[in-house]
Every structure is written in structure tokens, then in C-alpha cells.
Design a protein around this ligand. Structure first.
Ligand SMILES: C[S@@+](CC[C@H](N)C(=O)[O-])C[C@H]1O[C@@H](n2cnc3c(N)ncnc32)[C@H](O)[C@@H]1O
Length: 282
């Protein structure tokens, strides 16, 4: 198996496993925290009634629900994901919504019967492909020639203090752990806009455009409560999962200290930054 295929399968195993569970457990809180991203992305996506939309990496279906409302009863939205746990949440959320359906499939290999989508949409669901050009080429096959793409992805970890600051704090107590380098699949794989533009162009999309959106990630509580919330998302969740309790306790304390200066009222507010990406199918 190639390195890219190995990394891809590892992502699927993680999402259709422990990370899917973690994401499902914090779904409501995450959705609330990502409202600034959703609002900006939906404005750019400009969904019309009657359109057919693919929600890639739809997770628990928060964005699929909004898309279903926007396309209305004459349209259709397909939520695609590899996590059975998250898809179960999504199906429950959209139970009885005739224009929504869900597919448990890998976006990199799923076969669509014909070019059918007006819009390829994703909130943070397209950064996990071992071979992004191959995956987007596959997704492109499902697009109508006049179709378009709109997705949100994180800018580099260095531009996202909400992940970078706690990671650096945890590194003072957690034994050395491998950190993603280069363009390996993971939440921050699409931080380099020039790389994403090249990827999309190689996959058949045209006129990629990038809009930077800065916002704050808000974590409820202060001290250890906030540290637990911060450590429950992003790469730290995975890193701490495998640590003994003693190290977890020390890491939480280190993170609590590092984030304390970012207290605003009864919550911690940390800077975050994403790309809002649009492109045309032809
Ligand atoms: C960061 S979560 C975002 C979930 C959702 N879009 C949201 O904003 O709440 C990433 C999602 O992408 C899904 N995913 C990862 N790799 C995938 C793949 N190859 N094909 C389809 N979905 C994938 C994960 O299972 C997960 O639900």
C-alpha cells in the first residue's frame, strides 16, 4: 500500500472510530462555536431552492440540515461521511426530511451514477484525503458542468492559536509525539492556499478563490474546565487519548495555565482562522 493510501485509511479508521465518537460527544457545542464559519460559508455558497448539493464529510448533519432548508422540497442534499456514529446523528436530525439522504462512503472513491451536483459543500470535511487530487477528481465526476464548490478549511496551525497554544503547553509534559508535517491529511492539511489552489485545479476545478475568516473559538468555563474543553477537540484530543492518567492530568494543568490570559468573562476565547474556498466545476 502506498504511503498516501496508508494515511488515507488511517484517517478513515480514526473518523469511523474514536474521533467520530469524540466529535459526536461534543457536536452541539462545536456547532455553536462554528456559527461564524457556517454563516460566512453559507453566504458564499449562495444555495438556491431546487439545487442538488453534496455535503462532503457531513458529520452530525448540522450543515446538511441548513442545506436541506435552503434547497427546499424541490431540491436534494446528499450528506456523505465515513463515520457511522456521526451519520446516525445526522439521520436522526433529518428524520422525515424528504429532500435529504445520507451515504456511508469514502469521498475519495464513492461512485456517483452521473454528474448531478450543483454544489459541492463542506465545512471542514475535505482535509483528510491521502491523495487530495485523486479525491477531488473523483468528487468532480459528480459535478454538473456548471456546478460550483464552497468549503471551509482551517488555515495553518500556526495561524490558529486555539490549537497551537494548548499543543505547545501539552508538549512540555507529554512525551514527544509525531506532529503532522507538510501536507499530510489532517485538520490543518489545507493551510497553504497555493497548495489547495493547485490541488483543485489539478482535479478539474477552475478559478479557486480564498477568503480568510478570523474569529474566536470560545470554550466554556475557566481553569481546568476550559482546559478539558480545549483538549477535547483538534489534534490534542487524539494525542491525550493514548496517554496515562498522570500525564493527562499534568497536560490539563499546563494547558489551563497557558490559556488563562485569554479569559473573557466566564469563558476562554482563542483566535482562530479559516479559509473559505470557492471554485467552479468547469
Ligand atoms: C472535522 S469533521 C466535520 C464534520 C461536519 N462537516 C461539521 O462541520 O460538523 C470532518 C468530517 O469528515 C469526515 N471524513 C473524513 N474523511 C472522509 C472521507 N474520506 N470521506 C467522507 N467523509 C470523511 C469525518 O468522518 C468527519 O465527519
Amino acid at each position: 500500500m502506498s504511503k498516501a493510501a496508508e494515511l488515507h485509511q488511517a484517517q478513515i479508521a480514526n473518523w469511523d472510530g474514536p474521533m467520530g465518537e469524540v466529535w459526536a460527544a461534543s457536536e452541539a457545542r462545536t456547532d455553536k462555536g462554528l456559527i461564524p464559519v457556517s454563516n460566512a460559508l453559507f453566504r458564499l455558497a449562495d444555495v438556491e431552492p431546487g439545487e442538488v448539493v453534496l455535503d462532503v464529510g457531513c458529520g452530525g448533519g448540522a450543515t446538511t440540515a441548513q442545506l436541506a432548508m435552503d434547497v427546499g422540497s424541490t431540491g436534494r442534499v446528499v450528506g456523505l461521511d465515513v463515520s457511522k456514529t456521526l451519520l446516525a446523528l445526522a439521520e436522526k436530525r433529518l428524520d422525515g426530511t424528504a429532500q435529504a439522504e445520507f451515504l456511508h462512503a469514502d469521498a475519495a472513491t464513492v461512485a456517483f451514477p452521473k454528474p448531478m451536483f450543483d454544489l459541492l459543500f463542506s465545512r471542514f470535511g475535505v482535509m483528510f484525503f491521502g491523495d487530495p487530487v485523486a479525491a477531488f477528481t473523483n468528487l468532480h465526476r459528480g459535478m454538473k458542468p456548471e456546478g460550483r464548490l464552497a468549503f471551509a478549511c482551517w488555515r495553518a496551525a500556526a495561524d490558529n492559536l486555539w490549537v497551537n497554544l494548548p499543543l505547545r503547553a501539552a508538549m512540555t509534559v507529554v512525551p514527544p509525539f509525531p506532529r503532522a508535517t507538510g501536507y499530510e491529511p489532517g485538520p490543518f492539511a489545507f493551510g497553504d492556499d497555493a497548495y489547495v489552489a493547485r490541488t483543485l485545479t489539478a482535479a478539474g476545478f477552475t478559478a479557486p478563490k480564498f477568503q480568510q475568516l478570523d474569529f474566536t473559538m470560545n470554550f466554556a468555563g475557566l481553569g481546568l474546565d476550559a482546559a478539558r474543553a480545549v483538549c477535547g477537540v483538534g489534534p490534542l484530543a487524539r494525542i491525550l487519548r493514548d496517554q496515562p492518567d498522570e500525564i493527562k492530568t499534568q497536560a490539563l494543568a499546563a494547558v489551563a495555565e497557558a490559556i488563562a490570559p485569554y479569559a473573557v468573562g466566564d469563558q476562554i476565547q482563542l483566535p482562530a482562522s479559516v479559509w473559505l474556498v470557492t471554485a467552479r466545476a468547469s
